[in-house]
Ligand binder design. Structure first.
Ligand SMILES: Nc1ncnc2c1ncn2[C@@H]1O[C@H](COP(=O)(O)OP(=O)(O)OP(=O)(O)O)[C@@H](O)[C@H]1O
Length: 286
């Protein structure tokens, strides 16, 4: 389904990813974790076709990605910049469906169905700014779900919501993954979350970013927030991933740290998306 081969990316002189190879099978949910600045968002932007890698390739179902493909959706952490404030919630969700060639009434019906699946059946006529942060992120997720992408990319999608909403959204993503067989690549800072939602956890090392380890998560499904997290297998996996991420953080000495320091401009966009890419992602289906 998704094949990332020998991907290298540099911002100017700063090499962020080197020779990274990763395959995601159809219907798989892969979590990506790694120390801050190891290039997780850069990897996702390259996979989304929002950014061209310096070298290497990304192919989706055998097609080289060279621009944002039609059958892909992206959910970013920064929901406040990815919804259009002048469109109702329903129209925000319906907008990308134009690209699917659906009629207006069908687009709206699909949007309402997706909103209902994220518990926002009554919010369709509201505007994004009338909703809480967690609700706005659910709208972003509904928009991605309504589009029924072959591949869903999520960059820290639950990073800005409260703990309870975060758990609800994790379970929603698991449900969609299970019911629709959707292929998902999810970047997170949260080690527990990477194990709880993942079929596989990919740990990135840094300076420059590379695949440090791939850990299959053999936990039974459906998963449940309290029982799954209390299971000895979960506790063991979490410890293993935690050790690998900590090891990756300590991998490089102070010199490498300094070399990896980025410009203020780069920091302004690190871990999120540029305004351009947000607009492109949000309007890619227009
Ligand atoms: N547009 C850009 N221009 C220049 N440098 C950038 C740009 N975007 C990111 N960087 C730099 O590339 C490195 C990797 O950034 P990236 O956001 O991909 O890492 P990350 O693993 O997602 O980080 P975090 O976990 O902190 O969100 C960082 O040093 C960052 O400052």
């Amino acid at each position: 389904m998704l094949e990332i081969a020998n991907l290298t990316h540099s911002y100017g002189e700063h090499e962020v990813l080197r020779d990274l190879t990763l395959t995601v099978a159809e219907g798989e949910l892969v979590s990506i974790v790694g120390p801050s600045g190891c290039g997780k968002s850069t990897l996702l932007r390259c996979a989304a076709g929002l950014m061209r890698p310096t070298s290497g390739s990304v192919t989706l179902n055998g097609q080289v990605i060279d621009g944002v493909p039609d059958n892909l959706a992206v959910v970013f952490q920064d929901y406040s910049r990815s919804l259009f404030p002048w469109l109702s919630v329903r129209d925000n969700v319906a907008l990308p469906l134009r690209r699917r060639g659906k009629k207006r009434a069908d687009r709206r019906a699909a949007a309402m169905e997706a909103l209902a699946s994220v518990g926002l059946a009554d919010a369709g006529r509201k505007y994004p700014w009338q909703l809480s942060g967690g609700m706005q992120q659910r709208v972003s997720i509904a928009r991605a779900l309504a589009y029924r992408p072959a591949l869903l990319l999520m960059d820290e999608p639950f990073g800005s919501v409260d703990a309870q909403t975060r758990e609800d959204l994790e379970d929603l993503v698991l449900q969609v993954h299970r019911d629709e067989g959707m292929t998902i690549l999810l970047v997170t800072h949260d080690i527990d979350e990477s194990v709880y939602v993942g079929d596989r956890v990919v740990v990135l090392g840094r300076n420059p970013g590379h695949v440090r380890a791939e850990i299959p998560v053999g936990l039974p499904t459906p998963r449940e927030q309290i029982a799954t997290r209390a299971a000895p297998e979960f506790v063991q996996l979490r410890a293993e991933v935690g050790r690998l991420v900590r090891g990756a953080s300590q991998q490089q000495g102070a010199a490498a740290e300094t070399a990896a320091e980025s410009t203020p401009e780069a920091e302004a966009t690190a871990g999120t998306t540029t305004p351009d890419s947000i607009v492109k992602a949000a309007t890619k289906s227009d």
